[in-house]
Design a protein around this ligand. Structure first.
Ligand code: BGC
Length: 255
């Protein structure tokens, strides 16, 4: 197993891409801490699913936009499994609001959940990795929109643009400690964040048509990239982003 004896934290781990990452890392042998804010029932179901497969996983409720909660999350992981090898900064939201319309509270919320959480998640996980020795992996779940404007989704694009530079800056700073920092940039994925598009057949058809591979990604198709980046095969990758977007970024404006 690629990730045997590794310990991973996945923020926003009880739904969407995060849930698929939890399942895939566990399947590859890692012990997993499932961070979540809402829907404890979904976390409990995931814990049970993993326990039935003989995998080690524990849910921890923590709002990663708050540094105190992140500290508690890291401490809980060390308490449960003794160390942290893989930190996946995945939690994210979007408001679908434009530059002209975005309110202060929308701005603050998106930047705090998407970027502040990843910044301090990186900082705190790296401090623990340095303390325990042996390096580690930090994987930031970004988006094609770290690089590519999406009109009408301004705070989200800002947060992912910031995450792009977090990945690069932290990757360079932490390399001396054997910690690799890599971003994953999905395009459109069939998860709750795209619920309104998926519920509108005309919009969904337009989105599918804009994607060279002709369809949204399944969350598992992003999770498999994350598992690769967490494993030995990606030992020379840092300070960069891997895109898994069905080709959408090369072909059309963000939808
Ligand atoms: C956004 C989606 C969008 C997709 C492709 C994702 O990062 O969350 O709303 O459909 O990018 O543009």
């Amino acid at each position: 197993m690629n990730l045997k004896d590794k310990v991973a934290i996945v923020t926003g781990g009880n739904s969407g891409i995060g849930q698929a990452i939890v399942l895939e890392l566990a399947r590859q042998g890692a012990s997993v801490v499932i961070d979540y804010v809402a829907n404890p029932a979904a976390t409990a179901a995931l814990e049970q699913q993993l326990a039935a497969l003989g995998e080690r996983a524990v849910g921890v409720q923590a709002d990663v936009s708050q540094v105190a909660d992140l500290q508690r999350l890291i401490a809980a992981a060390v308490q449960a499994f003794g160390r942290i090898d893989i930190m996946v900064n995945n939690a994210g939201i979007e408001t679908r609001s434009s530059v002209l319309e975005t309110t202060e509270s929308q701005y603050d919320k998106v930047l705090a959940i998407n970027l502040k959480s990843a910044f301090f998640g990186t900082q705190l996980a790296a401090q623990q990795m340095i303390k325990q020795g042996g390096g580690g992996r930090i994987i930031n779940i970004s988006s094609v929109h770290e690089d590519w404007p999406m009109p009408g989704n301004a705070p989200y694009c800002l947060s992912k643009g910031g995450m792009r530079m977090l990945t690069r800056t932290a990757g360079v700073e932490l390399a001396a400690h054997g910690i690799c920092v890599v971003g994953v940039g999905p395009g459109a994925v069939a998860t709750p964040i795209n619920q309104s598009t998926m519920a509108d057949p005309a919009l969904l058809a337009k989105l599918d048509a804009a994607i060279p591979l002709g369809r949204l990604a399944r969350p598992e198709e992003i999770a498999s990239v994350v598992a690769f980046l967490a494993g030995d095969g990606a030992s020379y990758m840092t300070a960069t982003t891997v895109f898994a977007d069905g080709g959408i970024m090369q072909s059309s404006p963000g939808l």
